[in-house]
Structures are given as structure tokens and as C-alpha cells.
Design a protein. Structure first.
Ligand code: KG4
Ligand code: ZN
Length: 361
């Protein structure tokens, strides 16, 4: 299937699955005419993670202005839009319904087709966005690694919108591990960018943290690594105390001791990205993939981007930084292919949020 066989269409995408309120207009699945993201990160930082009720309330406050801004930046009105794509799941139920209800209203009011998009599918389709001059679109078969705050999934795609799950995390998602370790090191939320920044001056070999290879599978596990960092931090703190003082400690989080944060962050980051890059490369090789796509918030990580690009023979697609973390251009891109391939909702008003929707089901 090549792009030029599909009909042209401008799709308005809407994304509210977690803590970003986003809207975008994408032409023919590839060219983003606008992409507006209102992040709630600051709002949730004080809780050290996403507070679901606050998230849905903030989506309600913001969504109208965000959609309006996306149309304005694209110099278009709703009349110029051919279809509306919205994240239907997976995600926080109270957040998903805000975007879904808003999209239903626009579809009903404007007489537009409505397309429900899987959020992980959206991350994968971020690889189709904004091609550089002459860059071909991703070719099948391809292997996609989605690494985000909620998911770590490896899938094989042999054509548009078909996914064969190869493996995924058995416990924490990669981004979740970054967020938890970020909190542990006192770096705040979200942990991923903070750990990357802290790791900049650190030695990735300073601490020998474990890698869960889970050989013979394409599964992942990050909870052992997280626990290893926790124990390392406690040992380092313990060494700054007398044995009596250490024995009296009830809450190690409350013990304030200088830590080699840069080395801890760099060593943790290295353990995560080595496993991700190696397993993704094996999967691509085993399935004779023409390309490897790495997407989702953690694909913004510079160490991961460098390692995947260096180590993988064949083509590698990692989205531009602005399309790695949650955005609506990726939802519009995936929505374009669903729309072009005849997968718009037959009864849009009956569409429900699917908080646990697995990609490909
Ligand atoms: O895709 P995303 O924006 O939201 C979900 O669908 O979950 O991913 C957010 C996750 C967070 O866990 C965040 O810490 C992580 O992506 N992240 C990073 C980086 N930027 C964001 N992890 C590592 N390095 C980064 N530079
Ligand atoms: Zn996401």
C-alpha cells in the first residue's frame, strides 16, 4: 500500500488520554499543519505523578481553546476538515471522555466522520509525521517499540493498522521506571527528562545495575532495576551515618545525604536504554523488518536515540522530539489511515472510551 493510492484528507486530531490536552491538523497522514499541546506537568508535579481528577478537570478547562488554536495555526476552519480523530483509549477514563465527548460534539455539529484511535497506535504513527525532504514513508514489515509512561510494547506490523504483539513489559513501563527513579533521586516529575539532564555529567558505568534480559522472549521487566537503585541509594545514605543512627532510621526518604546523583542517573539510564535498544534490534532482525520505529515519551531520551541509531542495521525511525511525548498530530496521522481505509465509526455517538484498549485488538 503506498501513500499516493489513498485519498487526500485533512484530519483534526484530539488527544486527552493522560495529562496533555492536545489538538492538531494533519494533511494526508503526514504533514502536520499545526500541533498544539497544553501540558499539565506543572499541575501534577506537586503530587509527584498524575492526579486523575485534576487531569480531567484541566482537560475540560483547556480543550476548547486548544482545538481553536490548532485550527487557527493551520489557517483553517472546521469546514475545511474532512474527519475528526480522537484518542479512544488506552488512558485515564475521566480524561479520555473529555476528548471523546468534545470530538463527538464537533463531528455531530459539523457533520464529519469520527475516528477512534488507539493511543499506542498514535505513538507508532508519529513516525509518519513531517518527513524530511525525500524521506520515504516507513515500509512494512516493520517492528515498532512503544516506550511511554504507561506502556512498553514491541509489535510487528506487516501492513497499515495491523499489529502482532511480540512482547511487552511484565511490570513497570520504561517511562514509569524513569518517573519512579526520578522521584527516588529527588529529581521531581516527570522523571525522564530530569534523569536525562542529571545523567549528562555522570558515568554510566559507575554502578552495575541489573539488566533483565528475559532471554528467548521480547518481554521486558524494570521493577528489579528500580529496586536495585533503591537499595543502592539506601546503602549510600547508610554509609554517611553511624551504625546506631542507621539502625534508628524509619524512613530512608527522609534522610538527607549527598548522593552521586549524576552517576546514579547515568547508570540507571544506561541499564534501561541498553535493554530497550538490544531487544528492539533483535526483534527487527528476527522478523526481517525493513525498519525499526521507536516511539513514545521515552524515545525522546538522547541516550536511547543514539544507541538505537548506532546499533540497528537498516532504517530506524524515531520521531522528532515534539512528537515523542503525547501530542495530537500522531492521533490525526493514525486517524488518517483509519479514515482512508474505511474504518470511521459507523455510530459515532455510541463510541465509548476504552481505558484498557490493547493495540491491535
Ligand atoms: O508518551 P508519553 O508522553 O505519555 C504516555 O503515553 O505515557 O510518555 C511520558 C513518559 C514519562 O514517563 C516521561 O518520564 C518519559 O516519557 N520521558 C522520558 C524523556 N522524556 C519523557 N524518559 C526518558 N528520557 C526522556 N528524555
Ligand atoms: Zn503516550
Amino acid at each position: 500500500m503506498t501513500e499516493n493510492l489513498l485519498p487526500p484528507a485533512r484530519v483534526l486530531g484530539i488527544e486527552t488520554s493522560c495529562d496533555e490536552t492536545a489538538a492538531a491538523v494533519v494533511e494526508d497522514g503526514r504533514r502536520a499543519l499545526s500541533s498544539v499541546v497544553a501540558s499539565q506537568a506543572e499541575l501534577h508535579a506537586k503530587y509527584g505523578g498524575v492526579f486523575p481528577e485534576e487531569a480531567s478537570r484541566e482537560h475540560i478547562r483547556t480543550i476548547y481553546a486548544v482545538v481553536e488554536e490548532a485550527l487557527q495555526q493551520a489557517h483553517l476552519s472546521l469546514d475545511d476538515i474532512d474527519a475528526i480523530a480522537v484518542t479512544q483509549g488506552p488512558g485515564l477514563p475521566g480524561s479520555l471522555v473529555v476528548g471523546l465527548n468534545f470530538a463527538k460534539g464537533l463531528a455531530l455539529g459539523g457533520g464529519k466522520p469520527l475516528i477512534g484511535v488507539n493511543h499506542l497506535e498514535g505513538h507508532i504513527y508519529s513516525a509518519w509525521l513531517d518527513p524530511k525532504d525525500g524521506e520515504p514513508e516507513p515500509a512494512f514489515p516493520l517492528v515498532a517499540l512503544v516506550v511511554s509512561g504507561g506502556h512498553t510494547e514491541l509489535a510487528l506490523m506487516t501492513s497499515h493498522l495491523t499489529y502482532q504483539r511480540l512482547g511487552g513489559t511484565l511490570d513497570d513501563a520504561a517511562g514509569e521506571a524513569f518517573d519512579k527513579v526520578g522521584r527516588l533521586l529527588g529529581l521531581g516529575y516527570p522523571g525522564g527528562p530530569a534523569i536525562q539532564a542529571a545523567a549528562a555529567g555522570g558515568d554510566p558505568a559507575a554502578f552495575a545495575f541489573p539488566r533483565a534480559w528475559l532471554e528467548g522472549t521480547f518481554d521486558f521487566s524494570f521493577s528489579g532495576l528500580k529496586t536495585a537503585v533503591l537499595h543502592q541509594v539506601r546503602d549510600l545514605k547508610r554509609k554517611t551515618l553511624t551504625p546506631e543512627a542507621a539502625a534508628a532510621v524509619k524512613d530512608w526518604n527522609a534522610v538527607d545525604a549527598p548522593l552521586p546523583t549524576a552517576d546514579l542517573a547515568a547508570s540507571f539510564q544506561q541499564a534501561v536504554v541498553e535493554v530497550l535498544a538490544t531487544k528492539a534490534r533483535f526483534a527487527a532482525q528476527q522478523h526481517n523488518a525493513k525498519e525499526l520505529i521507536v516511539a513514545g515519551g521515552v524515545s525522546a531520551n538522547a541516550a536511547l536515540r543514539a544507541l538505537v541509531t548506532k546499533d540497528t542495521p537498516g532504517r530506524v525511525h524515531i520521531p522528532a522530539l515534539k512528537y515523542c511525548t503525547d501530542n495530537a498530530a500522531m492521533i490525526a496521522a493514525a486517524g488518517y489511515y483509519r479514515h482512508a481505509l474505511g474504518m470511521s465509526a459507523a455510530e459515532p455517538m455510541a463510541m465509548d472510551a476504552l481505558p484498557n484498549w490493547a493495540v491491535g485488538s
